[in-house]
Unconditional design. Structure first.
Length: 136
């Protein structure tokens, strides 16, 4: 399935800045929510801000504790839980994933290697400002 990159800013030096954002929903038991998530091929783990844990009926820091490395190489506590992801508009895309919750203001929802790329094929076509997602 083909998705368009999202225009997120017009930078005075860099010009138009686009981001591969994907409409997804997350589920656990009777809980769930929808959001736009950033596809981040550089992230080794799918990571969500701790505010989303409550929407899944979870205590964010009650998962399996681990450290992740941020973009600046600093360690950050992360708590891994298991729940489901579904790509909105892509039939039969629901998968059970492992993903972590973090207490970082600059992280919303990042789809990384574990939890996303392990379940879906992703093809970036930046010149066309689009990307393709398919089920593995």
């Amino acid at each position: 399935m083909v998705f368009k990159y999202s225009l997120i800013a017009n930078h005075r030096v860099l010009g138009a800045i686009y981001r591969p954002q994907l409409p997804v929903s997350f589920h656990r038991d009777v809980y769930g929510f929808k959001c736009l998530a950033v596809i981040d091929s550089g992230s080794y783990l799918t990571v969500l801000n701790k505010v989303y844990a409550r929407k899944l009926g979870l205590l964010w820091d009650n998962g399996i504790e681990t450290d992740i490395l941020g973009i600046y190489g600093t360690k950050q506590k992360c708590y891994v839980h298991e729940f489901e992801i579904d790509i909105i508009g892509l039939p039969d895309s629901r998968r059970t994933i492992k993903a972590g919750f973090v207490d970082l203001d600059n992280v919303d929802v990042l789809l990384g290697q574990i939890g996303f790329f392990e379940h879906y094929y992703v093809k970036f076509r930046h010149p066309e400002r689009e990307f393709c997602i398919d089920i593995r």
